[in-house]
Design a protein around this ligand. Structure first.
Ligand code: F6P
Length: 527
């Protein structure tokens, strides 16, 4: 019997039991993992010791693959690249890629970023109208989601220029961002690993034209982050303000290096280094902790249990931290672009489901929107709660307590539910009887037995955010290894890009030859 079969058979045996019955005095401790102040509680799932043992049995390839990743082997086999975003937060390692020390250039670039950030923040680097007040990061996908998410998350540490993010090719996005800014005190960062992405390059040209209306030398107020030095030069950006990185840093794993420049400008080099230190701490934990004590490993295995074994197709990420509002969007790219694949590394069809749909919103807002479905809908949606022990607003500690209470209440409600007998008793007290009592009570039943995990952290500092993001990165890696896929390419985004390039002229009147009837009709309406 394969490991997968054994897990499926075991799941069938235990699928209907109430999770609540698994609790004894030790379960909460036995089914939680901690690392450097973080605590992941997965006791409110149907995983017991046997299920965990079977899940850990899926990790046969993990130690070798993990060592291969950290040592710079080309584990991104479909692109022939190493996967070394971890080096960006551990620049003292002695990793070589193609025989060359991979860290020398990283250290130089990091120092150059720090010097530039200090100049901008301290006013030594100026715009035509004086010190830089606003930074506009133009990028998309991995060149936007990470720094945009982290800049909001770390708002209490932001003491530099205001940072804005433009990603969408929809002109409304750049229009609305630029219309509030003074071009004479703005710095534009064009962030694109390839420097060919159509959305980013189009927005960069728009920003340049906007600046050129008032500023004599607009390129002097531009910086670039890219692996393509020739293209940044062709765009007119001086090499002193170009921050490069290697192709072994994947777009969605890149905010630890120059793609994080906007974040560094916002919070300063020291706090940025704390962010890196948090991620490095998670790297060390991931490399050395035993599977059952390993936070990314257990988070991945819980995900596999819910998605591939129980068949729950989506996962809700529910941060009880308003400043993590963009975490679900960030994780959508990280998890779905990495593990949303139907072909295994060896080119064969994947025999199991690929990674789940990831979605979510901060609590408590989500409670007043979609939690209805989570509690009483027909589908089971595993929930991942995140919550901090402490907020950044000591004067509003009472609000933080209410936030935490809501988070705990939701996972308890999902676990416990409310039986028909309980609902009936409640409605009886309200004076209902007979058929109406039964009807009304049934609407108030919560099936319960719905799984969730809770990730607790002390406070959302730069260090803790680094830990959390690295935790999710490694979780994606573990899931990819277990599923046997390449988590580091993204061929699935290519076809749409190619078709868009061909479609654009058709919206200007070029013949829509070869298009299906629907697309032709839509062009007819939209052109
Ligand atoms: O289209 C997908 C993608 O390649 C992402 O993987 C990447 O993060 C994004 O586009 C942006 O790419 P670039 O940084 O090269 O502009």
């Amino acid at each position: 019997m394969t490991d997968w079969q054994a897990l499926r058979e075991y799941h069938e045996m235990v699928a209907d039991r109430p999770i609540l019955t698994l609790f004894d005095d030790d379960r909460a401790a036995d089914f939680s993992v901690s690392a450097d102040g973080l605590l992941l509680d997965y006791s409110k799932t149907n995983i017991d010791a046997k299920a965990r043992e079977l899940l850990i049995g899926l990790l046969r390839d993990l130690p070798v693959k993990r060592d291969a990743m950290f040592s710079g082997a080309k584990i991104n086999e479909t692109e022939g690249r190493a996967v070394l975003h971890t080096l960006l937060r551990n620049m003292d390692s002695d990793v070589t890629v193609d025989g060359a020390d991979a860290t020398v250039a990283l250290r130089e670039t990091h120092a150059a970023m720090q010097a530039f950030a200090r100049d901008v923040r301290g006013g030594a680097f100026k715009g035509q109208g004086g010190a830089i007040t606003d930074v506009v990061n133009i990028g998309i996908g991995g060149s936007d989601l990470g720094p945009a998410m982290a800049t909001i998350a770390l708002a209490p540490y932001a003491d530099g220029p205001r940072c804005h993010f433009v990603s969408n090719v929809d002109g409304a996005h750049i229009h609305d961002v630029l219309s509030g800014l003074n071009p004479e005190t703005a710095l534009v960062i064009v962030a694109s690993k390839t420097f060919t992405t159509i959305e980013t390059m189009t927005n960069a040209e728009t920003a340049k034209a906007w600046m050129a209306k008032t500023v004599k030398d607009p390129a002097a107020q531009f910086a670039a982050v890219s692996t393509a030095a020739d293209k940044t030069a062709a765009f007119g950006i001086d090499a002193s303000r170009v921050f490069g990185f290697e192709d072994w840093v994947g777009g969605r794993y890149s905010m630890w290096g120059p793609i994080g420049l906007s974040l560094m400008l916002a919070i300063g080099p020291e706090d940025f280094d704390q962010f890196l230190a948090g991620a490095a701490a998670m790297d060390a934990h991931f490399r050395h902790a035993a599977p059952e004590d390993n936070l990314p490993v257990m988070l991945a295995l819980v995900g596999i249990w819910h998605n591939q074994i129980c068949g729950y197709a989506t996962r809700a990420v529910l941060p009880y931290e308003q400043r993590l509002a963009r975490l679900p969007a960030y994780l959508q790219q990280l998890e779905m672009e990495s593990n949303g694949k139907r072909v295994a590394m060896d080119g064969t069809d994947l025999a199991i489901d690929s990674g789940p749909v990831v979605w979510g919103e901060p609590g408590t807002n989500g409670q007043h929107a979609f939690y209805q479905l989570i509690h009483q809908g027909t589908r089971v949606i595993p929930c991942e709660f995140l919550v901090g022990k402490e907020g950044h607003e000591p004067d509003l500690a009472h609000q933080h307590r209410l936030l935490v209470a809501n988070c705990l209440a939701q996972s308890e409600a999902l676990l416990r539910g409310r039986s028909l007998a309980q609902a009936t008793a409640i409605m009886q007290k309200k004076g209902l009887e007979g058929h109406e009592l039964e009807r009304q009570a049934r609407h108030r039943v919560f099936p319960g037995n719905r799984p969730s995990t809770t990730l607790c952290y002390p406070k959302l500092t730069p260090f803790v955010l680094g830990q959390i993001v690295a935790l999710y990165e490694h979780r994606v890696f573990v899931e990819g290894v277990v599923l046997g896929i390449n988590s580091y390419d993204q061929w699935g985004v290519e076809l749409g890009k190619e078709l868009a390039l061909a479609l654009a002229p058709m919206l200007d009147g070029a013949p829509a030859d070869g298009k299906d009837g629907s697309t032709r009709a839509l062009i007819g309406y939209l052109a």
